[in-house]
Write a protein that binds this ligand. Structure first.
Ligand code: ZN
Length: 123
């Protein structure tokens, strides 16, 4: 993300006090690497910032509310522990019957879709 976008994020997150200052700085360093069209996985923030899942989602939802991110759904096979089967913009686009690309496991769309955040605005 570009400096201007990062400064908007910084101001907004400081107001919301979702993260302590040093974690906020680290978040901005991470977000620098994500340009428009890339996907941000909540797990990356959980791991890199050492925060819990609900905080990661609060942070990403806050960026979504700024118009920077949208929610997408990526298919994940829990048996293979891999993302497999593509990314969908809405839940209704996910086919009711799917198999994973790795081993052909039958996937349930609801339990096999993981929320990812796509960068849609960066200027
Ligand atoms: Zn599988």
């Amino acid at each position: 993300m570009l400096p201007n976008t990062l400064s908007i994020i910084k101001q907004s997150l400081m107001k919301e006090s979702l993260l302590p200052p040093q974690k906020l700085e680290k978040l901005l360093t991470i977000l620098k690497k994500y340009s428009k069209g890339r996907y941000i996985y909540p797990g990356v923030l959980i791991r890199e910032l050492n925060i819990d899942m609900s905080t990661a989602y609060l942070v990403l939802n806050s960026l979504k509310n700024l118009g920077l991110l949208t929610i997408n759904y990526e298919i994940y096979c829990h048996k293979c522990s891999k993302f497999t089967g593509g990314i969908f913009e809405t839940i209704s686009e996910i086919p009711e019957e799917m198999e994973c690309n790795e081993m052909g496991h039958v996937l349930d769309p609801l339990t096999s879709s993981i929320v990812v955040f796509k960068v849609v605005q960066d200027e």
